[in-house]
Design a binder for this molecule. Structure first.
Ligand SMILES: Nc1ncnc2c1ncn2[C@@H]1O[C@H](COP(=O)(O)OP(=O)(O)OP(=O)(O)O)[C@@H](O)[C@H]1O
Ligand SMILES: [Mn+2]
Length: 298
């Protein structure tokens, strides 16, 4: 009788182990192969698209070109010593209708350093755009924009491509990309960590102070903007430090142009460029016309 019971228990244990293992293996194997198929199909799609590329893209352009090399040398050269006002004056003199930065200037390095290190003498809210940003005045009276870091680099934001808040790193990447592409239409931008308690609050305007509060001993700011909410502030960490991008403020009136490749922000509505086969040609034509008109009016 006892033997029979033992046998029964062993068989039940064996059956359960078998079922659990099979189930585990089945789920693991299916997810892995689904992932593989997806990656494979994206690769296939890219290679298929390559067939449509014009011949001129078949030869890879060497990455190292003279402009990029000179730019890299310049950002590692620190020329302007003494009066910081000289750096700001030089940087402001670069701004024109066709460029914001002179990548070939020997003073680019000094400008980036000044953005990173100069003392903050005034801190205010910046009401431009839709997201939280500060307008800081640096020593020597240069205005800069500060966009705070909201997420760790590793954070994955689910949802549509425009979900989540500004990723401050894109300002910095945008600046270096504009240098590599030699399209100087992105303002100089650096990563900087600031202390809200020690560097911002002592020089903050009343309206900035009004949108700030203290949790524990840390300062938080929620600002005033379209997406700003008291329940969603940005706070410094336990070392009183907050990372973000410091962006050179362009002191000129800017005209807004819609990007021809703008998305719709509506899930079920596609933009014209996503649907039309001739849209790209049309954009090129419009561009050419505007280039001709600009050169004629010069
Ligand atoms: N470096 C700068 N110098 C001068 N003006 C700037 C600078 N950066 C931004 N601006 C101005 O502020 C506006 C908003 O900037 P930005 O797009 O960076 O903010 P945002 O909060 O992301 O707003 P949006 O949601 O409208 O994109 C720009 O359209 C431009 O007019
Ligand atoms: Mn924006």
């Amino acid at each position: 009788m006892l033997r029979k019971r033992k046998l029964l228990i062993i068989s039940i244990v064996l059956i359960v182990t078998f079922m659990v293992t099979t189930n585990y293996l089945l789920t693991r194997l299916t997810t892995a192969s689904e992932g593989d198929t997806e990656i494979k199909s994206i690769h296939e799609k890219i290679y298929k698209e390559l067939e449509n590329l014009s011949n001129k893209y078949e030869i890879r352009k060497p990455f190292e070109d003279e402009i990029t090399d000179t730019f890299i040398k310049n950002i590692n050269t620190f020329t302007v010593e003494g009066n910081i006002k000289n750096v700001w004056q030089i940087a402001n003199s670069w701004v024109s209708k066709t460029m914001l930065v002179d990548f070939m200037s020997l003073h680019v390095g000094s400008l980036l350093l000044a953005l990173k290190k100069s003392k903050i003498i005034k801190a205010d809210l910046d009401g431009r755009g839709t997201q939280l940003k500060l307008l800081l005045t640096l020593e020597g009276h240069q205005d800069v924009i500060f966009k705070p870091k909201w997420y760790e680099k590793e954070t994955i934001i689910e949802g549509p491509v425009y979900a989540g808040k500004d990723r401050y790193g894109s300002e910095i990447v945008g600046f270096y990309l504009s240098a590599i592409l030699n399209m100087p239409l992105t303002p100089c931008s650096v990563e900087r960590n600031i202390s809200l308690t020690y560097e911002i609050m002592p020089v903050a305007t009343k309206r900035l102070i009004n949108t700030s509060f203290i949790i524990g001993n840390r300062t938080c700011i929620y600002g005033k903007c379209f997406y700003c909410k008291k329940e969603d502030p940005i706070c410094e960490d336990k070392n009183f430090s907050l990372y973000g991008a410091v962006i050179f403020n362009i002191n000129a009136s800017l005209k807004s142009y819609r990007s021809p490749w703008q998305r719709t922000y509506k899930k079920n509505k596609k933009a014209v460029w996503e649907e039309s086969d001739t849209y790209c040609k049309l954009v090129l034509q419009v561009l050419q016309v505007s280039i001709i008109t600009t050169s004629l009016s010069k």
